[in-house]
Design a protein around this ligand. Sequence first.
Ligand SMILES: [Zn+2]
Length: 185
Amino acid sequence: MMARSVLTEARQIDIARDLIELDARLQVLEAEVSLSRERLLRLYREVKGKSPPKGMLPFSTDWFMTWQPNIHSSLFMNIYQHQFKSSDLEPVEALIRAFRLYREQVESLGMPEVLSVTRAWRLTRFFGAGMLGMTECTSCRGHFVTHSFELSHQYVCGLCNMPSRAGKTRQAVVGREPATTCAAF
Ligand SMILES: [Zn+2]
């Protein structure tokens, strides 16, 4: 029993450290690991060399529906769900692995990192609560984050039906890999 609890604690510290390195907020750590707030604060300062930022967590689903965040959230969610299907990871481990892969992906495309790990965590919670889901785009067949209560019939994604003000970003994002970028989501 004793050995097991030490191992469990070591695992919890590993997860907390991974989340801190990805810039997760303290509230995310408190929700995902059972270490005391004091220990988490100490670990945070050791890893980051400073105290965690204060303030409320983002709580609305609306942010994930706006154009650029929706594309990044959809990319992340595709990676996250794939992690689940292809491994037996715990949700928090899938979150850490998927967020690292998301970060690699946007870096390789030269895109700004729009989704933070805290937002990504929130996104997985909204999925778990059934508030958000994935809908297939009828044009590119990619899967995108949508409100669960929205009618998904004839859904067209933000890459296929781009708002005119996003035109500049589109060239920067899609111009690199025309046709395939969209389907990859
Ligand atoms: Zn599409």
